[in-house]
Design a protein around this ligand. Structure first.
Ligand SMILES: Nc1nc2c(c(=O)[nH]1)N[C@H]1C(S)=C(S)[C@@H](COP(=O)(O)O)O[C@H]1N2
Ligand SMILES: [Mo]
Length: 252
């Protein structure tokens, strides 16, 4: 589905059916094109499907806005406190030398990376906006390795549809589709505003998905699983966010 005029046609079809005969019908059309988000059930499901399908068709390959250095927020906003448990405290005391990011699932070469290894790969820096669903936002410079680079190292299998992320905080986990996973601005970050990523902002390792709301940018990531279905994770909705009433897809 790479032809832009075809894309426009399908999107127009989605919009027209949404207007004429209800979004449930539009959701059926989206289904024909495989554009169904994991939280497609329930009363909000058709709306979620319409949002996700329309975004995917219209904003394919689009870039999140990047800002000049002068726009960086000072101080950066920190939402919540870093974990206080024994495991995190011990890892932090050791300068996160023992922090690992493991990658498994539908990959040719499952692997486990230290922060130092991730820092040795080609890095990417972006000055982007992080917007929380609660209404506040800030701009920061993020540095990390593109997730696509890590996925290429482990070799994703052709049937892969999602990358699921677990964090050191069990309550916080989520997933992105392959389009976001392979998007050039999706990073595994270890740096912020020129220094190491502060623990308050998710250090030592944090996902950045700048085309979606802040809650998709999971902090303290420890584990990634490449999969063709998110049914086996939690309640099967693809993330902790829809379990708590927020959309799985939070595109902006
Ligand atoms: N592991 C983890 N990731 C998380 C959160 C969290 O509490 N724990 N909060 C999320 C929410 S709701 C937002 S808005 C951003 C906040 O990022 P910040 O603390 O760097 O401002 O991180 C997201 N990722
Ligand atoms: Mo948030």
């Amino acid at each position: 589905m790479s032809n832009p005029s075809r894309r426009k046609l399908i999107t127009a079809g989605l919009a027209a059916t949404a207007g004429a005969s209800g979004i449930a019908v539009a959701a059926k059309l989206a289904d024909q094109y495989g554009l169904i988000p994991p939280d497609h059930g329930g009363i909000y499901g058709p709306g979620q499907t319409l949002t996700y399908a329309a975004h995917r068709l219209l904003t394919h390959n689009s870039l999140a806005r990047e800002f000049p250095r002068s726009q960086i927020s000072n101080p950066a906003y920190v939402n919540g406190k870093p974990p206080k448990d024994e495991v995190f405290t011990r890892l932090q005391a050791g300068g996160f030398a023992d922090w690992r990011l493991t990658v498994d699932g539908m990959v040719a070469r499952p692997a486990s990376f230290s922060v130092r290894e991730l820092k040795s790969y080609p890095s990417s820096t972006q000055i982007t906006h992080l917007a929380c669903e609660e209404g506040w936002s800030f701009i920061a410079e993020w540095t990390g390795v593109p997730l696509s680079h890590v996925l290429n190292l482990v070799g994703i299998l052709p049937q892969a549809k999602y990358v699921v992320f677990l964090t050191i905080q069990r309550r916080w986990w989520g997933s992105v589709d392959m389009e976001d996973a392979l998007h050039p601005q999706t990073l595994i970050t270890y740096g912020m505003n020129g220094g190491n990523l502060p623990a308050g902002n998710g250090g030592p390792l944090r996902l950045r998905v700048p085309r979606q709301l802040g809650y998709k940018s999971l902090k303290y990531i420890t584990h990634m699983t490449v999969t063709d279905s998110v049914k086996g994770f939690g309640k099967g909705l693809g993330a902790s966010s829809p379990e708590g009433g927020y959309a799985w897809y939070a595109g902006i």
